[in-house]
Design a binder for this molecule. Structure first.
Ligand code: HEM
Length: 220
């Protein structure tokens, strides 16, 4: 039987692709934090990455494949779950359901829309107002682009809202991985849920620190 024919197989594919994307989200947060070292920090980091085009493109194609697989099966699982939930003649109860577990499909859609916007903004530079240029030693000036984007207006609000969606999605998603692999039991479940939430919160703080520090005028 093909892995995609069973609900467990589909969940497994979602879990694996999800965790691979979580690895990216961790590395991206750490890489972005080089902005706190100033223009030289983040511009040097971005230059090192772009100096390895085969790696950049291998990464992009892999991420695209993970997103498509994860979203495709995510939509299927969500449709299957809502078809299996009795809606009529019964009071709907969500056992151990939290805001983050009930909103997975919606936070997933928000993140997908954000990633499209984010790529158009900082990678393709197609969003009006984005500042592009080079620094004193000819490297692409990521620092000025990011600081300029987050100084005022709607852009920092969009980013902070998207980071909250990422937090909610991962709060439930990271813990589900262990559930899908059958690594949880009554004892470990609360610990897994709390660790998942704590880990996602650290990511949230790491990401929103950038727009917040820029809005506060600390990085300029
Ligand atoms: C404050 C939050 C964030 C900042 C400041 C930020 C910054 C950036 C910058 C500057 C780039 C372009 C890098 C370059 O071309 O040199 C980039 C690319 C990217 N970011 Fe973010 N990012 C943030 C959050 C996120 C989040 C939450 C995700 C995913 C959920 C994400 C996904 C990506 C992806 C997929 C790319 C494209 C990488 C490529 O060029 O192939 N970013 N980001």
């Amino acid at each position: 039987m093909q892995i995609t024919n069973s609900a467990v197989g589909r969940k497994l594919l979602m879990a694996i692709t999800g965790q691979l994307m979580v690895l990216f989200v961790i590395v991206h947060m750490l890489g972005n934090s080089s902005i706190f070292l100033g223009a030289n920090g983040i511009n040097a980091y971005a230059k090192h990455l772009h100096d390895l085009p085969p790696l950049v493109w291998a990464f992009r194609f892999s991420m695209l494949a993970f997103i498509l697989v994860h979203a495709w099966f995510g939509i299927q699982v969500s449709v299957e779950n809502s078809a299996a939930t009795p809606k009529k003649y019964s009071v709907q109860k969500h056992l151990r359901a939290t805001l983050s577990s009930k909103s997975m499909i919606w936070t997933g859609v928000i993140i997908a829309l954000f990633v499209i916007y984010h790529l158009l903004h900082f990678t393709v530079h197609a969003i009006p107002g984005v500042v592009t240029g080079v620094d004193a030693i000819g490297r692409f000036d990521v620092y000025t682009m990011v600081v300029n984007a987050f100084q005022s207006g709607l852009v920092p609000v969009i980013y902070i809202a998207a980071m909250i969606a990422v937090f909610l999605h991962l709060s439930h998603g990271v813990g589900s991985f262990f559930q899908t692999l059958g690594w949880n039991n009554a004892n470990t479940l609360p610990k897994i849920s709390n660790t998942s939430r704590g880990f996602s919160f650290v990511l949230l703080l790491g990401y929103i620190a950038i727009p917040v520090v820029i809005l506060a005028g600390i990085l300029k």
